[in-house]
Design a protein around this ligand. Structure first.
Ligand SMILES: NC(=O)c1ccc[n+]([C@@H]2O[C@H](COP(=O)([O-])OP(=O)(O)OC[C@H]3O[C@@H](n4cnc5c(N)ncnc54)[C@H](OP(=O)(O)O)[C@@H]3O)[C@@H](O)[C@H]2O)c1
Length: 435
């Protein structure tokens, strides 16, 4: 039962589409339960949408197209589910500066302007919550920010984009091309009409920036994240991975790396990776998300669930809304963002990675020695070599040990120019144990 002696917490909802619609439904249908959990009723004071006339399903007296005025009105809490940078950034800064807590699922905004929003929240004592911005329904940011705050996180690695995971999983199970699978994903509603934010890795890079910032107490922006998408992946890459007992995933990888002088840096990157089929992330199929965390004391942790969709994402938004409203009722605030470690971000070229390289080479003596010489020149050591893959044009497959990414790239570049190399069939980074 609600405690109606408490003044209601007045909420402004900006955006009422896929996620906002579900948030509204819960706020209206489960008002009593939410009030009991918060200790005060939640009053939905207004809903801003772009086209109010297109929303006959919503209480008409709450609708407005003027999100700015709604933020300035007498509300305590702003829930932003519009997306994009401007004009949303201005509205949220206004809210925070006026001491109104903000709940948002806007990864692009947080990955670029997280520091500015966080500073505004700190100055006024308001809360800034954004669990929905990474991995939809999965409680992930709160564990990083709160549950693991006393531990030392060394790595956060995961599948945080459902569209690309759907495409890669389907390519793996059907053998279809990238283009055919993208068409199918679009037809089924897993890919947007313009899929570039997903397939080119921008969405995953924003999420990697948010994860790295929280995990390593360091401000990391989307521009700091090395980004490669999946549009260059072809059926022969997938087939090569399969023959090695591996599968291809688009991973966001955030790591604490040790520098030569013993100090530390942060590395954050998004790119396709071959992982062993027995790896925890290999079995994550379709549009699901999963994130694997390694911490010094906690060891290995795995978070898995629905990374998108109206209801799953609304679950994360409502959890944040309840927290922010509880803080308001209790007169406190949630944990502040901490960027105290301020570790430098290591450029991709200096980040240690491992490569899997499939080559079509001339069949004559001395070829292997010539290729091995190029690896030696770039100080890249070879972990495994396989010759003659009768299932493809590749006659030589090399898996390297860990080396700086720039050295690996330079090695591939030079090998591709050798006259004994007819074709570089596939090049991909690998993670996990050697197979
Ligand atoms: N969808 C997901 O699965 C998911 C998952 C995680 C995070 N998110 C994040 O959640 C946010 C919302 O996503 P969504 O999928 O719900 O988006 P959506 O379905 O496109 O809804 C956007 C809403 O914003 C409204 N809007 C757009 N411009 C506006 C403006 N200038 N003033 C007022 N209202 C405006 C739209 O109004 P109209 O309805 O009138 O067009 C619509 O109601 C985004 O930041 C997204 O990245 C989404």
């Amino acid at each position: 039962m609600s405690d109606d002696r408490e003044a209601p917490v007045k909420v402004a909802l900006l955006g009422c589409g896929t996620v906002g619609g579900e948030v509204t439904r819960t706020l209206l249908e489960h008002a009593d339960e939410l009030a009991a959990r918060i200790g005060a009723p939640v009053e939905l004071a207004g809903i801003a949408v772009r086209r109010p006339d297109k929303h006959p399903e919503l209480p008409q007296h709450l609708l407005t197209s003027d999100a700015g005025a709604l933020v300035e009105s007498d509300v305590d809490l702003v829930v932003e589910l519009i997306g994009g940078i401007e004009p949303v950034r201005g509205w949220l800064l206004t809210a925070l500066r006026k001491g109104k807590s903000v709940v948002t699922g806007n990864k692009a905004l947080l990955a670029e302007y997280g520091a500015e929003l966080s500073a505004a929240a700190n100055e006024s004592g308001a809360d800034l919550y954004y669990e929905a911005a990474v991995a939809g329904a999965i409680p992930l940011l709160r564990p990083l920010r709160e549950s693991l705050a006393g531990d030392r996180i060394t790595r956060v690695m995961g599948i945080v984009n459902g569209t690309t995971n759907f495409i890669l999983s389907a390519m793996d199970s059907t053998g279809a091309s990238y283009g055919e699978t993208l068409d199918e994903a679009t037809r089924l509603g897993y890919a947007e009409a313009d899929p570039s934010a997903d397939v080119d890795g921008y969405d995953a890079a924003s999420k990697a920036a948010i994860l790295a910032s929280l995990a390593f107490h360091t401000r990391v922006t989307a521009a700091d994240v090395h980004r490669e998408g999946i549009s260059g992946i072809n059926s022969s890459d997938i087939a090569a991975a399969r023959r090695l007992g591996r599968t291809v995933k688009l991973l966001s990888i955030c790591e604490r790396v040790e520098n030569e002088d013993g100090s530390e840096s942060v590395s954050a990157r998004v790119h396709p990776v071959m992982i062993p089929r027995g790896h925890q992330l290999a079995g994550v199929g379709g549009a699901m998300n999963a994130v694997y965390v390694e911490a010094a004391a906690a060891g290995e942790l795995m978070f898995y669930g629905q990374g998108a969709g109206g209801a799953p994402t609304a679950s994360a938004v409502l959890g944040d809304l309840v927290s922010a409203a509880r803080n308001r009722v209790a007169g406190g605030r949630g944990p502040r963002e901490s960027a105290h470690a301020a570790l430098p971000v290591r450029p991709m070229g200096r980040t240690p990675t491992r490569y899997h390289i499939s080559l079509d080479v001339a069949d004559r003596p001395g070829v292997l020695a010539q290729i091995a010489q190029v690896f030696a020149v770039h100080d890249v050591s070879i972990a495994a070599v396989r010759q003659r893959d009768k299932h493809s044009t590749a006659s030589l497959v090399v898996v390297t040990h860990s080396a700086p990414d720039a050295a690996l790239r330079a090695t591939v570049d030079e090998i591709s120019k050798l006259d004994v190399v007819r074709e570089v069939v596939s090049v991909m980074r690998v993670e996990g144990e050697e197979s």
